[in-house]
Design a protein around this ligand. Structure first.
Ligand SMILES: Nc1nc2c(ncn2[C@@H]2O[C@H](COP(=O)(O)OP(=O)(O)OP(=O)(O)O)[C@@H](O)[C@H]2O)c(=O)[nH]1
Length: 308
């Protein structure tokens, strides 16, 4: 089997330093001898950041909209294009500053290519000055800023040259209280200047650690490929009983009583089914927070065994 393509999602509010960071990450990939590709999303109809990418890196642009809403379907097409045409080792997706991490992961996890990809995680840049002054922002924007931090796997407090040492230390505590598991760095122009010691665990966390309770916070996804058909009734029952940690289910399933596969889309508890004429691979994607991956895989295997 071919090595999977690493997929890294770069998030961060408008102007936080995503492109500056991307240029640095691309340089590092080049030094390692690995081939990178970029999918860049801008709200406007012109991207000023593409010059930072360099001519030798395959680049697809998604303009005039946000990948987490209006351009969601486009992401799938552009990702397939990049994979098929350039066979990169790693793909970076730079999202617009207002994208919600959960929705970006959803857009990237296409059942058509998910098996080729290895979602490394969400890299998130925080603008130190903007964070320090976030109380001035409207409440929905503030919530978005906090969610973006919560769901990150790597957290870069950028622009530390714009705040005082005291402000920086206060921001560091706030960020690491919101997300205790992300790897945390501090930087200026994405050059890492400071990597504070890991935050000391609270008594409760230490106890959780002793009992090996999973402490992951980020959004995780899994892809399950069915090798046989399943019962429609049993699958619909399975969907009704998925744990609360599951936020989204999508993909194709093959029912025993149907010719073509069925496209399944579940968001916010509402399921949608559309029978397909094309024989798409029967891969189901489950996205969630604190996802109990093995439990879900076991239950899908049971569905298959029960039908065969
Ligand atoms: N002072 C300061 N400026 C920075 C730093 N990092 C980036 N910048 C500047 O901030 C501006 C925005 O940086 P970008 O890397 O384009 O940020 P972005 O998140 O990609 O921006 P959008 O795509 O517009 O959301 C640019 O003018 C950068 O040169 C930093 O650490 N300190």
């Amino acid at each position: 089997m071919h090595k999977k393509i690493r997929l890294i999602l770069l998030t961060g509010f408008l102007g936080s330093g995503k492109s500056t960071w991307l240029a640095k990450l691309l340089k590092e990939e080049k030094q390692k001898g690995s081939k990178a590709a970029v999918l860049m999303n801008e709200l406007g109809d012109y991207s000023v950041d593409t010059t930072l990418v360099g001519d030798d890196v395959p680049l697809q642009e998604l303009l005039k909209g946000c990948i987490c809403c209006t351009l969601k379907d486009e992401v799938e097409i552009q990702l397939i294009n990049l994979v098929m045409m350039h066979e990169p080792d790693v793909i970076f997706i730079e999202s617009t500053g207002v994208a919600h991490p959960m929705e970006i992961i959803d857009a990237c996890m296409s059942p058509l290519i998910v098996q080729k990809l290895d979602l490394v995680g969400v890299y998130h840049a925080v603008d130190a000055e903007r964070w320090a002054n976030r109380e001035k922002l409207p409440r929905p924007i503030r919530h978005l800023l906090e969610d973006q931090v919560r769901y990150a796997d790597e957290l870069l407090l950028n622009k530390i040259d714009t705040v005082s040492k005291e402000e920086r230390e206060a921001i560091s505590l706030e960020l690491r209280a919101l997300n205790q598991t992300a790897r945390y760095y501090e930087s200026s122009f994405a050059e890492i200047l400071h990597m504070p010691a890991p935050r000391r665990m609270t008594v409760v966390e230490e106890r959780m650690d002793t009992f090996h309770v999973k402490k992951e916070l980020g959004i995780k996804s899994l892809a399950y490929t069915f090798s046989s058909s399943i019962s429609r009734k049993a699958f619909e029952e399975w969907l009704k009983n998925v744990p609360d940690s599951v936020l989204r289910v999508k993909g194709f399933v093959q029912y025993e009583d149907q010719n073509g596969p069925t496209l399944v889309q579940v968001a916010y508890g509402v399921a949608n089914y559309v029978e397909q004429e094309i024989r798409f691979p029967t891969t189901l994607i489950v996205i969630g927070h604190h996802l109990e991956k093995q439990e879900i895989i076991d239950s899908l295997e049971m569905l298959e065994r029960a039908a065969s």
